[in-house]
Design a protein around this ligand. Sequence first.
Ligand code: SF4
Ligand code: SF4
Length: 138
Amino acid sequence: MAYHRVAALQFECTRCGQCCIGDASSGVSLSIDEVEAAQRLLGLSKAWFLRRYVRRLSTVRWEIRLQADGRCPFLTDQDRCSIYAVRPAQCRTYPFWPEILESRGSWQGEAGRCEGINRGRTIPVSTIEKKLKQLERL
Ligand code: SF4
Ligand code: SF4
């Protein structure tokens, strides 16, 4: 059973930006709606946005191309998301991803990466379930 069903999980984002920095195995995927929302927010043409910031994963999904240093290209020098209002579902739902909620070990393991885990208020199970549903729809 998923860990959030058996334990009260605390989370409060400190906006440290660490979850926006990855390696070759990480990636943030986007739908076409998310591509268009980001492109519009940044005032860029869709063609330029697609060429400059993402790679195609399938006919319906794209992935943000991380910079050579692993930072998401939308992470500012002040470690803020420059497309925060329209950030992809994958970012909106972190750290409540199925693989992180799989067990106590996976949740505590992720706490080594995200300092917001085990901090602040307890997140209601219903809120976590809503986030999981958002991910299911991807
Ligand atoms: S790593 Fe955790 S605390 Fe830091 S910005 Fe990401 S979600 Fe927030
Ligand atoms: S889109 Fe924003 S929230 Fe998502 S990884 Fe990039 S900087 Fe972080």
